[in-house]
Design a protein around this ligand. Structure first.
Ligand code: SF4
Length: 336
C-alpha cells in the first residue's frame, strides 16, 4: 500500500521559480511514489485575504493551470479545492476544543507570522484575527481528513506538523484510536533567492521570475538582476558566487556552467553577454511549461473537470474521516 501524502498551496498568485524549485519539483517526484493529494488552499488563503476574496477566486484557476503545466498529473495526483470539502471545516470545529489559545500563540510558526504582521501594520497585533491564529487547527483538519501520513514541509513549518500530531494524540486519547499521526517529510531544496539577491523570492518583494512570464518580461527581469557589484568594466574579473545571474545559471543547470564560472573569474566574460545567455537558457527551460499553459488556457473546461473530479475523490475520503470522528465522539445521529 502506498503511503498518503497531503500538501497544499495557497492561491495567492502565479507560481514562480521559488515555488517550482522549492516545492513543486519535489511534488512531481512524490506523485509517482505515493498516493498524492494536492490541495489548492483557498480557505487558508482567505485568512490573509478575507477582505479581497476576488483575489483568491481569480488565482484558483491560474494556480491550477500552473500546476498542470509543470507536470502535476491528474492520473497520479488528486488535485482539489479546499472549500469544496466542507468536512475540513467541520473537523476544524471539533479539533478547536483540543488546543488552547496559549498553545497556538506559542507555536513558533504562528509567533513569527504574528510578529511579521505587527511589523507590517505597525500596531500591537490588533489586526491578527481568530482565523489566522487558528490556522494550525484547520491545517490539522486538512491533514487528517485525507489521512495524510507524510507531509512535505520546510524546517520553518515543522511546528505546524508537531501541533497537528498533538491534536491527533489528544483526540485519540479522549475518544479512542481514530486518527493517524502524520510525519514531516523535509523538503530537500532550500529557499530560492530573488533576482535582487534577497534570500527569498516573493511576489511582494518584486524579485520573482514567474512560470507564466513572457519572453519579453524574462528578458527585462534578467537584464536588471543583481550581479557582482565590484565588476565595473566588461573585462574586470568577478566573483560568480555573489551574482544572481550565475545563481540562476546554476539553478536551471546550464550545461556550460563551468565555462560561465571560469570566464567570470578571469574577466573574459561581460555581464551583458552572460545575462543574454541566461535569458536564452531560461526561455528554453520555460518553453515546455509555456506550451502546456497555452494549451490549458485554451481548454479551461478540462481544468474545471480535473478540479471537479479531484474534489469528488478528496471529499469521499474526508467524509469517511469525518464519519469516523463523529462516531468516536458519539455525535453520529444516524441511529438514535
Ligand atoms: Fe555575474 Fe556573469 Fe557578470 Fe560574472 S559575468 S558577474 S556571472 S553576470
Amino acid at each position: 500500500m502506498k503511503k498518503t501524502i497531503l500538501t497544499g498551496i495557497r492561491p495567492t498568485g502565479n507560481l514562480h521559480l521559488g515555488h517550482y524549485f522549492g516545492a513543486c519539483q519535489n511534488w512531481l517526484k512524490l506523485q509517482n511514489e505515493y498516493e498524492f493529494f494536492l490541495e489548492i488552499a483557498d480557505v487558508q488563503a482567505l485568512t490573509d485575504n478575507f477582505d479581497h476574496p476576488e483575489k483568491v477566486r481569480m488565482n484558483v484557476k491560474e494556480l491550477a493551470i500552473d500546476l498542470l503545466s509543470i507536470g502535476i498529473d491528474p492520473k497520479k495526483t488528486t488535485l482539489f479545492i479546499q472549500s469544496k470539502i466542507p468536512e475540513i471545516a467541520e473537523l476544524t470545529v471539533f479539533y478547536s476544543n483540543l488546543v488552547t489559545i496559549a498553545r497556538l500563540y506559542r507555536n513558533p510558526t504562528v509567533k513569527t507570522e504574528i510578529s511579521q504582521k505587527k511589523a507590517l501594520f505597525g500596531n500591537d497585533g490588533e489586526s491578527v484575527t481568530y482565523g489566522f491564529v487558528g490556522y494550525p487547527v484547520s491545517q490539522a483538519a486538512d491533514i487528517t481528513a485525507f489521512t495524510g501520513e507524510l507531509i512535505p514541509v520546510g524546517e520553518d513549518q515543522l511546528p505546524l506538523i508537531e501541533q497537528c500530531r498533538e491534536i491527533v494524540r489528544k483526540f485519540n486519547h479522549i475518544y479512542g484510536d481514530t486518527l493517524k499521526e502524520p510525519e514531516a517529510l523535509l523538503s530537500p531544496t532550500p529557499r530560492i533567492k530573488g533576482l535582487d539577491g534577497n534570500e527569498k523570492m516573493g511576489k511582494s518583494l518584486g524579485n520573482a521570475i514567474y512560470l507564466a512570464d513572457t519572453e519579453e518580461t524574462i528578458s527585462k527581469k534578467i537584464m536588471n538582476a543583481k550581479t557582482d557589484t565590484t565588476k565595473i568594466k566588461k573585462d574586470d574579473p568577478a566573483n560568480p558566487e555573489v551574482c544572481m545571474v550565475y545563481y540562476y545559471h546554476k539553478l536551471i543547470k546550464n550545461d556550460h556552467l563551468e565555462t560561465v564560472c571560469e570566464e567570470c573569474k578571469k574577466g573574459s566574460r561581460g555581464c551583458v553577454t552572460c545575462k543574454k545567455e541566461l535569458i536564452e537558457k531560461m526561455n528554453e527551460f520555460l518553453k515546455p511549461i509555456r506550451e502546456k499553459r497555452t494549451y490549458y488556457l485554451e481548454h479551461t473546461e478540462e481544468v474545471q473537470k480535473i478540479l471537479e473530479d479531484g474534489s469528488k475523490v478528496a471529499k469521499k475520503k474526508a467524509e469517511n474521516t469525518l464519519s469516523n470522528v463523529k462516531t468516536k465522539m458519539n455525535i453520529n445521529y444516524e441511529e438514535l
